[in-house]
Design a protein around this ligand. Structure first.
Ligand SMILES: [Fe+2]
Ligand SMILES: [Fe+2]
Length: 316
């Protein structure tokens, strides 16, 4: 096992200032591509009934138990927006220009996701509304913190992976639900997550040009440590295992559809101008990805046999 030196990364303010012109360009691109939409347009209000006259009972949901779990996990994850706002403001909210405007715009867009999901679930009675509210209270008190030691590059890598993972998780949850109303909602949210992902993906491409070695360390750190933001949720491991068993989000998806498309886009394994420590870190990352791929294959084989396949979490 090679002992690697801890890389020196630029102070956050300096790197964010260098990236600010690119952030402005990418924010303007985002504003040109983002479509205005309204949560209430997506809710089947005709299905709604008063809860005082007709209380919720467990026979009312029209989606399967696994679909209910996936919606619950996705919504509680979206609910934690106050923490994410605090974190992205801490990581990227420098100055009073493009970065701050991005942080605020992103937060405003993300707010719609919990609104539309909760309205759908409450109107359709597809989830126990008491359990959902207790889950929200719990989730916000657990809060969320990204442990990046103030390294902007780690923050950027995390949010790029996380937005792509969330895009796929929402999209697959909608498909899995077999409810066209839910599918339409999840397709809409997934489009937002995609635009968020490409902002972070492309700003990190710019950062790679500035400091490729530090970026490789940051990307490798985030891949090997990756956890979905909902990981602190009560019973998350059991819920994630059921979500993985259903194929909504499993290790194969994580390896093939989240990690590798971004690594390829950034050209991580083609970068030629790395220092020795980043080269070693990249080799270590390559070995990690090999183990992840093997673990994903074992997971698929166990699932095909109907065995308990476990959750989607990457290897330790
Ligand atoms: Fe979201
Ligand atoms: Fe997002």
């Amino acid at each position: 096992m090679t002992t690697l030196t801890i890389p020196v990364f630029k102070p956050a303010e300096k790197l964010l200032a260098e990236l600010e012109p690119a952030a402005e360009q990418l924010l303007n691109r985002h504003l040109g591509m983002a479509k205005e939409w309204f949560p209430h347009d997506y809710i089947p209000y005709a299905l709604g009934r008063d809860y005082d006259k007709d209380p919720w009972t467990p026979d009312q949901p029209r989606i399967s138990g696994v679909a209910q779990i996936a919606f619950e996990v996705n919504l509680l994850t979206e609910d934690n927006l106050p923490s994410y706002h605090r974190e992205i403001h801490r990581m990227f909210g420098a100055g009073d220009g493009a970065w701050l405007n991005w942080v605020n715009r992103w937060t405003a867009e993300e707010g719609r996701h919990a609104i539309v999901l909760r309205d759908y679930l409450v109107v359709t009675r597809n989830i126990d509304p008491y359990a959902l509210e207790r889950g929200r209270m719990n989730q916000l008190q657990i809060a969320y913190h990204h442990d990046d030691g103030g390294n902007v590059l780690r923050g950027l890598a995390y949010v790029a992976f996380q937005e792509l993972a969330t895009r796929i998780s929402h999209r697959n949850t909608g498909r899995y639900s077999s409810d066209p109303v839910a599918d339409r909602i999840m397709t809409r949210i997934a489009s937002d997550e995609n635009l968020h992902m490409i902002f972070y993906r492309d700003i990190l491409s710019e950062a790679i040009k500035i400091d490729p070695s530090a970026a490789v360390h940051a990307i490798a750190d985030e891949i090997t440590d990756f956890q979905m933001p909902g990981a602190g949720m009560v019973n998350f491991t059991r819920k994630a295992a059921q979500i993985a068993k259903s194929g909504i989000y499993d290790l194969r998806v994580h390896h093939d559809e989240v990690i590798w498309p971004l690594l390829n886009h950034w050209g991580v394994f083609e970068l030629a101008n790395l220092d020795r420590s980043a080269e070693l870190r990249r080799e270590e990352l390559s070995r990690f990805l090999g183990r992840l791929d093997a673990q994903a294959s074992r997971f698929e084989a166990r699932r095909a046999k109907g065995a308990d396949a476990g959750a989607w979490m990457p290897p330790e």
